[in-house]
Write a protein that binds this ligand. Structure first.
Ligand SMILES: Cc1cc2nc3c(=O)[nH]c(=O)nc-3n(C[C@H](O)[C@H](O)[C@H](O)COP(=O)(O)OP(=O)(O)OC[C@H]3O[C@@H](n4cnc5c(N)ncnc54)[C@H](O)[C@@H]3O)c2cc1C
Length: 404
């Protein structure tokens, strides 16, 4: 049996571990565009500023490929998947056949149309190499603009403050981290950023970049010009799908999979940021570019590829982080719709903000800022509720029990 794995991120590595738990004889071949041991992208902002060392990034140690008896093609890109021939073609022309294929090629940052040209001082931050490029540029940076006030944008800002750089975050929406926070929670985070010397512009759209000799000089919004000698772009990601565009694999926003992480072509599985898999909130399929989803989906895919049976229970949007010492947890559905109501348990004036989102007396999601102590227990109950037949919800009585 030949297992071919595309991508050495958490999804690919978790699949390899699961395959080896069942099959210690089959041949595993791993192809990765990046010539690295598996590393954590989550720490790239800290690596960018030198807060963490290169070896701290590697989440599996340096002998992971040998440990799992994996043959590698590192620094090689898969250009095409040829499902009819059960084969992939690499950028150097090599063709590799498989019995089972896992596509775990992840995603990459979206580059807005105003930044398509190669401009010195304008970066995205996704790969280890991106961090190294930014790091090389940092000594000449006095003013930086971060386009996008999502989680990655805020992580970048926090890392740059240690450098004494004047930072402005520009966010198109009316709040920071729009996928995770409401306006009240965003205001709490914003206040903290401002106290740390970071400027925050909400409801503001960047329309173009000002350059001189292909070097960044500033950012233009509809209203104003902000000088900058570095711009970091962080407006979201899109799945790496180019290798399958010409195939009959079903694609929507990502590669569509069933609960086994299997595509419409039997021997091809998908996991991680590139997959559009079951979502526990809607019951439909969703792309969910989160580390824990990549690990879980990789595990399910690897187990099923090796002949075991495991089902992906569905993803829940979940973020837990600290920014300048402020703890934030957000999970589940955090939008008020016709049949979804909100219940505030604790207001910011008390130092903590806690809001529940409820539907017909069941919990759909939470936003907790400051005091997050009960969030873990609620998340656990939320997860367990699926097995009890409550799709993506917790009966309110269980929520209330957490608070008595
Ligand atoms: C700065 C930052 C902060 C983050 N913070 C969080 C966080 O707080 N919480 C959270 O849950 N998630 C966070 N994430 C997201 C998380 O890192 C990703 O969801 C996760 O890495 C996805 O794993 P993956 O295995 O699907 O893809 P990836 O980790 O992207 O790995 C994909 C692999 O595929 C390879 N590849 C791509 N195309 C090809 C090709 N054509 N041929 C061969 N190889 C290819 C790549 O080189 C790479 O090795 C963060 C990401 C970043 C960048």
């Amino acid at each position: 049996m030949v297992y071919l794995i595309i991508g050495n991120g958490p999804a690919g590595i978790s699949a390899i571990e699961s395959i080896r738990q069942i099959d210690d004889q089959g041949s595993i071949i791993l192809i990765s565009k990046e010539n690295n041991q598996p590393y954590s992208r989550i720490m790239t902002p800290e690596y960018m500023t030198g807060e963490v060392e290169e070896e701290d990034l590697f989440f599996k140690g340096t002998d992971v490929y040998a440990n799992y008896n994996v043959e590698t093609r590192l620094g090689k890109m898969v250009e095409k998947v040829l499902p009819e021939q059960s084969m992939v073609v690499l950028d150097d022309g090599e063709k590799i056949s498989y019995d089972k294929l896992l596509i775990a090629s992840g995603s990459r940052p979206i580059v807005p149309s105003f930044a398509k040209e190669d401009i010195k001082g304008v970066f995205t931050l996704w790969d280890k190499i991106d961090s190294e490029r930014v790091n090389n540029h940092l000594p000449r940076v006095k003013k930086a603009v971060i386009v996008g006030g999502g989680l990655v944008g805020l992580q970048m800002a926090r890392s740059l403050t240690a450098y004494g750089i004047d930072i402005t975050i520009i966010e198109k929406m009316n709040r920071l981290m729009p996928l995770q926070l409401d306006e009240t929670a965003s205001d709490m985070v914003k206040e903290l950023l401002i106290r740390s010397g970071i400027k925050v512009l909400l409801d503001t759209e960047v329309v173009s970049l000002e350059t001189d000799n292909q070097e960044i000089k500033g950012v233009l919004t509809k209203e104003t010009k902000i000088p900058a000698d570095m711009v970091l772009l962080s407006i979201g990601v899109r799945p790496n799908l180019e290798m399958v565009h010409h195939t009959s694999l079903e694609i929507d926003r990502g590669l569509l999979v069933n609960e086994y992480q299997q595509t419409n072509i039997r021997d091809i599985y998908v996991a991680g940021d590139v997959a559009q898999a079951l979502c526990r909130i809607t019951g439909g399929c969703n792309v969910r570019p989160l580390w824990p989803c990549a690990i879980q989906q990789g595990k399910v895919a690897g187990t099923n590829m090796a002949g075991g049976q495991e089902i992906f229970q569905g993803s829940i949007p979940m973020n837990s982080f600290q920014i300048f010492g402020l703890s934030v947890v957000s999970f589940g559905q955090i939008e008020v719709t016709e049949d979804v109501e909100e219940k505030i348990i604790s207001y910011p004036a008390s130092g903590a903000y806690q809001k529940l989102f409820l539907k017909e007396g069941k919990l759909l999601g939470i936003i907790f800022v400051g005091d997050i102590q009960q969030a873990g227990l609620l998340f656990h109950k939320h997860g367990k509720s699926l097995q009890q037949g409550y799709f993506g919800t917790i009966p309110l009585v269980e929520v209330e029990n957490v608070y008595v």
